[in-house]
Structure formats: structure tokens, C-alpha cells
Design a protein. Structure first.
Length: 303
């Protein structure tokens, strides 16, 4: 296991960490987590599928005293079935636990609880009704996502938030099927949809939706629309070009370069006085005088 002292090539800022966590979702994560915190809502944080740690680093920033934060990922370990092994080899061949831990420890003093295993073990590792926020971003296969959603429902506290990644990407139809199945048949209520993620709850979504709508309407860097489908209000938001990520602390190892010192010119020195050379005629004239007169002239010049 790596430690903060043995890390090299640390990311300097959150944007330097590899991964797919756009500014809009960073804003939404931060808003949902801070809303819980300002209401005194406590509970564990859970991430299923971590990749290189980008979203985990942000989640870790919101762990409150007494809360647990758990991350579960294969990290290149043995997948539970052939389809999952093929998916891992294709999309996550470069993922290692060491890379995740190195990135996480660049921003935090201690690691979360790291479970290197398939997400199917999570119900045995995390207590029921203990989580306030669950982020699902592991396998994209329907059977795995369906089970991850079922685990999240059991692990979340009342009014807890679940976030489903890649719910409408063209290369992840299994996530789409599992997500909308949960909405239509398993009691999941969408709160909002970003370009990449669905944010939902198994409780009444209206109070948090109203507050979210008020926040989004005040922003000028994102689009907003509200639709109805199958009895659900769907709040859709997307980033405008140039949207900035929310402020986030730099890496603990980030070194601010010292400002360059301005070049100060060396103080000018007065030129040494120059003696005006005597003319050749004067030198010859002095040399032709009697010695006693020549010595008198030279003494006078010296004084």
C-alpha cells in the first residue's frame, strides 16, 4: 500500500486526475452533499466503481466526523464472470489500486475504506440504512447494475441520494435498461438528469427538486428544462460551453512556484578619473631642462 510519503507524480489539481467527472456533475455532487450537511444529515458515503479516484476525491472532501467512506472496485482483480472480465480488459486495463490510492492521498491524509472486490459483496460490507450518498459507476452490464441499484436501495437512509453514471450513453445500454427499470418498477424517483448521470431517491423527490430548480435557475452557465414522463417530473440540465468546476483544494503536494525576482541592474560606478596625457613637446621640454629645475617642476606637480 502506498503512503503520502512514497507518492510521486502527484496530480496538482482535481482536473489533473484521469477520469470522467465533468464540471456540471462536480457542481451537482457538491450541491447535494452540502445540502445534506447544512441540515445536519449524517450518514456514510459509498462509491461503487472508482477508476482513478476523481469523484472519490471530491466525496472524501465531504466526509464529516464520525462518517464512513467506502470505495469498492475490482482494481484489476478477478472479475466474477466472463462478460465482466471482457469489459474490464477492454475499458479498465490500466486501472490499479496503487494508482487510485496515489491520487487519493494527493488530496487527503488518509484513505477511505477500500474494498478490492466485485460490487456484489457490498451488502455484506456496509450496513443497511447507513448511507446518505451512493455513487454507482462500476460495471455497465445490466445484471450488475441492477444488483448495484438494489444494494443502494437497501443501504441508503431515508432521503438519501443515489447517483447512476452512464445511464444514457450509447455504449452502455445495460445501464439505461437497469436505470429506467428501477424508475418504472422499483420505486426510484429521479431528481435530475445531467448529461452523464441520473440523481435519484427512494423518497419524495419534490422538496429537493424545488431547491435544486431554484439553484439552477440562478446560474447562467447551464441549460435547464423540465419534462413529465410516466408520472415523474424530470429536471434536465446541461453545461454551457466554458462552465467551470467548483472551487476545490489543490493537492497537498502542490508547490506554488516562487515568483521570479526582478533583475536589478548593478549600481553604476563612477569612472576612475583619467589623467590628461601630457603633450610630447612638453615631455621633451621638461627632460631638456637642468636636473635641479626638472626636479622642482615634478615636485610642484605632485603636490
Amino acid at each position: 500500500m502506498v503512503t503520502a510519503q512514497t507518492i510521486d507524480k502527484n496530480p496538482g489539481e482535481l482536473k489533473d486526475v484521469p477520469g470522467w467527472f465533468p464540471p456540471l456533475d462536480q457542481i451537482l455532487f457538491t450541491w447535494f452533499l452540502e445540502r445534506q450537511e447544512t441540515r445536519g444529515f449524517k450518514g456514510s458515503l459509498l462509491e461503487l466503481g472508482a477508476y482513478m479516484g476523481k469523484s472519490a476525491i471530491l466525496l472524501g472532501q465531504h466526509r464529516q466526523d464520525g462518517e464512513e467512506f467506502t470505495v469498492c472496485d475490482l482494481f484489476g482483480g478477478e472479475a466474477p464472470d466472463g462478460a465482466n472480465r471482457a469489459e474490464t480488459a477492454k475499458s479498465y486495463s490500466s486501472l490499479t489500486r496503487q494508482a487510485f490510492e496515489r491520487n487519493y492521498l494527493s488530496f487527503h491524509d488518509a484513505l477511505p475504506t477500500v474494498i478490492e472486490a466485485p460490487t456484489s459483496v457490498i451488502s455484506k460490507e456496509v450496513a443497511e440504512d447507513s448511507c446518505r450518498f451512493v455513487h454507482i459507476d462500476a460495471s455497465h452490464l445490466y445484471e450488475h447494475v441492477r444488483d448495484d441499484i438494489g444494494a443502494a436501495r437497501d443501504l441508503l437512509l431515508p432521503e438519501g441520494i443515489v447517483v447512476l453514471d452512464d445511464f444514457r450513453s450509447e455504449h452502455t445500454p445495460g445501464v439505461s435498461v437497469a436505470t429506467w427499470e428501477a424508475v418504472l418498477n422499483r420505486g426510484l424517483h429521479p431528481i435530475c438528469l445531467s448529461t452523464q448521470k441520473l440523481y435519484g431517491t427512494w423518497d419524495d423527490p419534490e422538496p429537493v427538486q424545488e431547491e435544486l430548480l431554484a439553484m439552477l435557475r440562478e446560474r447562467t452557465d447551464c441549460g435547464l428544462s423540465v419534462q413529465e414522463a410516466a408520472g415523474h417530473r424530470l429536471v434536465r440540465t446541461r453545461a454551457h460551453k466554458g462552465m467551470q468546476s467548483p472551487p476545490f483544494p489543490r493537492s497537498r503536494h502542490y508547490a506554488v512556484p516562487a515568483p521570479a525576482k526582478p533583475l536589478t541592474p548593478a549600481p553604476a560606478t563612477a569612472p576612475a578619473p583619467t589623467r590628461r596625457p601630457r603633450s610630447r613637446a612638453r615631455r621633451i621640454g621638461v627632460d631638456l631642462l637642468p636636473p635641479i629645475v626638472t626636479r622642482a617642476i615634478r615636485r610642484a606637480r605632485a603636490n
